[in-house]
Ligand binder design. Structure first.
Ligand code: URA
Length: 434
């Protein structure tokens, strides 16, 4: 079998066999097939797409490309959560301590930023000293002791996805249904949870811009999960504007902390309660969604969720001080307001552009090897539907270089559309697929 023939077959619109998919996944994982051939194949898949059978074969080949986590040493039903990625999506930072405080063991594997979207691990590294490089023993010990541990994708867990993810990030081949479904589900299957709750984003800031595509992605992932014997539920949520107000690593951590103090933005709180209640139901901790929501609200109100975050951060080497004093988190040198040029309704914010603004400030990676600046980003002051007066602040840019702040200020303004009439109100949660 030759990689060249596989690329050609897909380029010409053919359907790859399971054997061909296993051949390129195994070869790439072992370093026998170079990045440039896999990049070409990814681009061919991007344009030609994959059938359901190909997507399932790709998922299983990636899930089996390395070791699998054995979570049997953790008591209780393990429920994992994963988002397809968005702008300002700091959900795991608040949700993991919330559900852990309700008694669901959280043994989670998270990723880094991808394309214009951020990643949980990058955000968590805002806590000085925090590490996700845990041994398996430590990971399991932490979950049993405090109810929560998050680790990075180790080199031996779905290593094929780890390499492909980084390659897709820099070759404009992220937003393809089959590549996203197989990437997420291969990791989730290898990570060993009993049940999986997926947050599938749709809208301009998501990889799936159209709701129909997001629904198809959700259905595909739920099907893969069921075929693999895991209870899988997908929530479809809006990503037509950033989630909450903060975009950027440390800024999002601060907003997650505010949320655990009961001071979170409405859309973000709603998402945490929706996903969290599904997790509690899947984990057998609540009888119905009303009871589950009440339990989640209670652990916020009495401070148990915030304390759980502090315990978790400390257990992974980070400073618990920063949870109670977020001003200790990395901060940028420059803050610059972007003001409204006219009065009117903020009709629309081009969400992907906001993610790109954060990347331009240094909050994301340009190449596989780039470092990132945890302190930079944007804090929105107005969201779509809000009325704004001429000269009022639309958002505040947090930057470390004047030129970047200037460029982002122009770009952000260009991403905002101000009109005389308010935009149509759309539901934030667009559906649940079980
Ligand atoms: N999240 C993932 O884990 N993989 C993707 O391809 C996209 C989002």
């Amino acid at each position: 079998m030759r990689m060249y023939d596989i690329i050609m077959k897909k380029r010409n619109g053919g359907e790859l066999t399971e054997e061909e998919i296993r051949f390129f996944i195994t070869g790439y994982t072992r370093g026998e097939i170079p990045d440039y051939q896999v990049s070409a194949l990814m681009m061919a898949i991007y344009f030609r797409k994959m059938t359901e059978a190909e997507t399932l074969a790709l998922t299983m080949a990636m899930a089996e490309s390395g070791d699998r986590l054995d979570l049997s040493g953790i008591q209780g039903i393990k429920v994992d959560k994963h988002s397809t990625g968005g702008v300002g999506d700091k959900t795991s930072l608040a949700l993991a301590p919330m559900v852990a405080a309700c008694g669901i063991p959280v043994a989670k594997m998270s990723g880094r930023g991808l394309g214009h979207t951020g990643g949980t691990i990058d955000k968590l590294e805002s806590f000085s000293g925090f590490t996700t490089a845990l041994t398996r023993e430590k990971f399991i010990e932490n979950v049993n002791r405090i109810g929560i541990a998050i680790m990075g994708q180790t080199a031996d867990l779905a290593p094929a996805d780890k390499k492909l993810y980084a390659l897709r990030d820099v070759t404009a081949t992220v937003d393809n249904l089959s590549l996203i479904a197989s990437s997420i589900m291969s990791k989730k299957l290898a990570a060993g949870a009993d049940a999986i709750v997926l947050d599938v984003k749709t809208g301009n800031g998501a990889f799936m811009k159209e709701e129909a595509d997001a629904r198809a992605l959700a259905e595909e992932m739920v099907k893969i999960g069921k075929n693999a014997g895991r209870r899988t539920i997908a929530v479809i949520s809006d990503m037509d504007q950033p989630l909450g107000y903060a975009v950027g690593n440390a800024l999002e951590v601060k907003e997650a902390i505010d949320t655990l103090k009961g001071e979170g933005p409405e859309d973000f709180v709603e998402l945490c309660l929706t996903l969290g209640s599904r997790m509690l139901l899947a984990g057998g901790k609540a009888e119905d969604s009303g009871e589950a929501r009440r339990m989640l609200e209670e652990v916020i109100a009495d401070g148990r969720a915030l304390e759980k975050l502090a315990e978790f951060v400390e257990a992974q080497g980070g400073s618990r001080e920063s949870v109670y004093h977020p001003e200790l988190l990395p901060g940028a040198a420059i803050t610059r307001p972007v003001t409204a040029p006219v009065s009117g309704y903020l009709n629309h914010i081009v969400c992907e552009e906001v993610g790109i603004c954060s990347l331009m400030l240094g909050g994301g990676r340009e190449t596989k090897e780039s470092g990132i600046d945890l302190s930079v980003g944007l804090v929105l002051c107005k969201k779509a539907g809000d009325y704004v007066m001429e000269g009022e602040t639309l958002a505040v840019i947090h930057a470390n270089e004047e030129e970047r702040a200037e460029a982002v200020s122009k770009r952000y303004l260009a991403a905002c559309r101000i009109t005389d009439t308010p935009p149509e109100k759309k539901p934030f949660i667009k559906g649940v697929i079980e």
